[in-house]
Design a protein around this ligand. Structure first.
Ligand SMILES: Nc1ncnc2c1ncn2[C@@H]1O[C@H](COP(=O)(O)OP(=O)(O)OP(=O)(O)O)[C@@H](O)[C@H]1O
Length: 611
């Protein structure tokens, strides 16, 4: 129930929808029921022996009861029967039946429109909240979650919530109201028959509750399986080249098929349960109608003093046969709501995941960078896996600092800590002497540019990929950045120049071209500090030179921290930090470190760097 109300809170402002919905639904229910109740005078007229025997009745006195309205109807009905005869009365009843059917359907249509509005509005809000929260989450969250699962929560689970949880809103109000109104009329016609029929309702309720009990757990499991399938799909699509190169298509297909089979098994079992509820309640409904036929028919046949006329009995059966419809709708909703709630829980988990890296209340905006970044006794662990141990070093403004060390020594981690993608466990990272945690994260990140090892491009035009970090950048600015990044020449030779689409993750471009676009993007935002992860993938000499020149242009007049993979980079760096197993073990210039004959010397001798 908590989940349900939490999901409903996304329907705000509920009042805007609730009032018109309730009003139109009440009217639809009233006219809908009237329609059926009119069967009684209709049958009465058809089977009445003689209208001449009818006498005038007085106009009823006003009172706010059901009987008053019934008496008004009887009055006019009587008058018409006297003046127009049998056929005239029949016409009168038919006109009223048609009018009330028209009104009932009109109001039902309006109420459904309001409900659809509410449904779409709620889901829109829910989707925005989920996506916003995902974007706000810290990078660490994504290391532990499967991308496909997140995708399936946003894409599929939100949809399930739409079709189950919000559709129950309709059922929660309308169907019970319809049931109550039907039962009022039924009681009015015959209290004893209605009491008899009421015995069956709790019995069918209990039976259905038993059937649907396991549904929620199954629904959750099946949604998780679906998430796995999307993950596989995502991985398979991104790694299609490798899959083919390693002849692993069969392996990947099998993995996907297994998940798919398991998902289908769960879906089958769930659907069977869900579908059992509806025929069961319908069957129980028919059993009740048959019971009433026996019981009520017997009353009439024996002419017992029940006050029930044949016409009333037919009207009664007609209305009672309609009772099963809202009852069925309610039972169906109960079976579906489990699926909706399970999906809702998964979506809410994502919305409620706390954003771990948030600005302190009194955080200030960092002033433009003007002196140094300092790591002071920094220790850091990914969850409980220690990675950096008491790391200290300084990057002075204008310096180029190279990080070197064996694989897994913690170079990337240091680069990720500088823009505060993670919070450290102990020590301080100081930006111009102020701890990162006392500054607004945005104000630091806006002063840091990142060129990752693997180019990150979006399926968009070249222009938009470059202008990504600077919304509203002009064409001239983008071209100037592309020129500095040695990218302009190749861009204007593409099919549509700056408007060429780069394909999924930049698939339509070469590796060197992708890198140069990423460099152009960094140039355009013009940050004073650059974090660079040098690409290790071998490019041909021509392309390599273009990229290297572009990087040199980018680093000019900036402060740079580089994960170095090239000999030229380390040689030209102002300072080299040598890491081993999360510790800084050497620090100095190329010449100083070579003299020491330590790890750096060893790395050079092992030809760990590309020339
Ligand atoms: N998200 C993560 N969760 C847990 N452990 C991680 C995570 N990312 C990295 N590590 C671990 O932290 C250590 C340092 O990783 P890091 O990526 O910083 O090394 P690196 O020096 O950049 O390595 P390489 O040169 O191979 O890129 C490694 O042992 C790695 O296994």
């Amino acid at each position: 129930m908590k989940t349900y109300f939490k999901l409903l809170s996304f329907a705000k402002p509920l009042g805007k929808f609730a009032v018109p919905y309730i009003l139109t639904t009440i009217l639809a229910v009233i006219f809908g029921t009237l329609n059926l109740a009119l069967l009684i005078p209709l049958t009465d007229t058809l089977f009445k022996a003689d209208t001449n025997a009818i006498h005038s009745i007085p106009f009823p006195e006003f009172s706010l009861t059901l009987d008053y309205f019934k008496n008004i109807f009887s009055y006019y009905f009587n008058e018409i029967a006297i003046s127009q005869g049998k056929f005239g009365t029949l016409k009168f009843v038919c006109v009223i039946i048609v009018s009330s059917a028209l009104l009932s359907n009109l109001f039902r249509y309006i109420s459904q429109r309001v409900m659809e509005e509410l449904r779409i509005h709620t889901i829109e809000n829910l989707r925005i909240s989920v996506f916003n929260n995902i974007m706000n989450l810290n990078i660490g969250y994504f290391n532990n979650e499967r991308k496909g699962d997140i995708i399936s929560k946003v894409a599929s689970d939100v949809q399930v919530v739409q079709y189950t949880v919000t559709s129950t809103l309709q059922v929660i109000f309308k169907e019970p109201l319809q049931l109550v109104v039907y039962f009022i009329i039924l009681f009015k016609i015959s209290a004893s028959l209605t009491l008899f029929s009421l015995i069956v309702v709790p019995v069918s309720g209990l039976l259905i509750a038993r059937i649907v009990k396991r549904l929620r757990k199954q629904a959750r499991e099946s949604q998780e399986r679906f998430g796995n399938m999307i993950s596989f799909l995502d991985e398979a699509l991104s790694g299609i080249k490798i899959i083919k190169a390693f002849n692993a298509t069969e392996f990947v297909k099998n993995r996907f098929n297994n998940e798919n089979k398991e998902f289908s098994r769960l879906s089958r079992s769930m659907v069977r349960r869900q579908q059992l509820a509806s025929p069961l309640s319908e069957f129980l409904g028919i059993v009740t109608v048959a019971g009433i036929l026996l019981y009520g028919g017997n009353m009439i046949m024996n002419q017992q003093n029940s006050g029930l006329t044949a016409a009333e009995f037919i009207g009664y059966i007609a209305i009672f046969s309609q009772v099963t419809r809202p009852a069925k709708a309610i039972s169906e909703t109960f079976t579906q709501i489990h699926q909706g709630l399970a999906a809702g829980e998964r979506v809410l988990e994502l919305i409620d995941t706390p954003v771990l890296i948030v600005d302190k209340k009194n955080a200030t905006a960092a002033a433009p960078f003007n002196s140094k970044i300092e790591f002071k006794n920094v220790s850091f662990a990914y969850k409980d896996r220690p990675v950096l141990n008491n790391v200290s070093f300084t990057i002075e403004k204008g310096q180029t600092v190279a990080l070197v060390g064996p694989s897994g020594s913690g170079k990337t981690t240091i680069c990720d800590l500088t823009p505060r993608f993670y919070d450290i466990n102990s020590g301080n990272i100081l930006f111009d002497g102020i701890d990162l945690r006392d500054l607004k994260a945005d104000s630091i990140r806006s002063q840091i540019g990142i060129v990752p090892q693997e180019s990150v491009l979006f399926n968009d035009t070249i222009f938009n990929n470059i202008a990504f970090g600077k919304p509203g950048a002009t064409k001239e600015e983008v071209i100037a950045a592309a020129k500095i990044a040695n990218a302009h020449e190749f861009i204007i030779n593409t099919e549509n120049g700056y408007n060429t689409n780069v394909g999924d993750r930049g698939a339509k471009l070469s590796g060197g071209q992708r890198q140069r676009l990423c460099i152009a993007r960094a140039v355009l935002t013009n940050p004073p500090i650059m974090l660079l992860d040098e690409a290790t993938s071998a490019l041909d000499t021509e392309s390599e030179k273009l990229v290297q020149d572009a990087l040199n242009n980018l680093m000019k007049n900036r402060t740079s921290l580089i994960i170095a993979h090239r000999l030229s980079t380390v040689k030209n760096a102002d300072k080299i930090i040598v890491l081993d197993q999360g510790r800084v073990i050497e620090e100095g210039s190329n010449a100083e470190l070579l003299v020491k004959e330590g790890l750096y010397h060893k790395l050079i001798n092992m030809q760990s760097f590309e020339v």
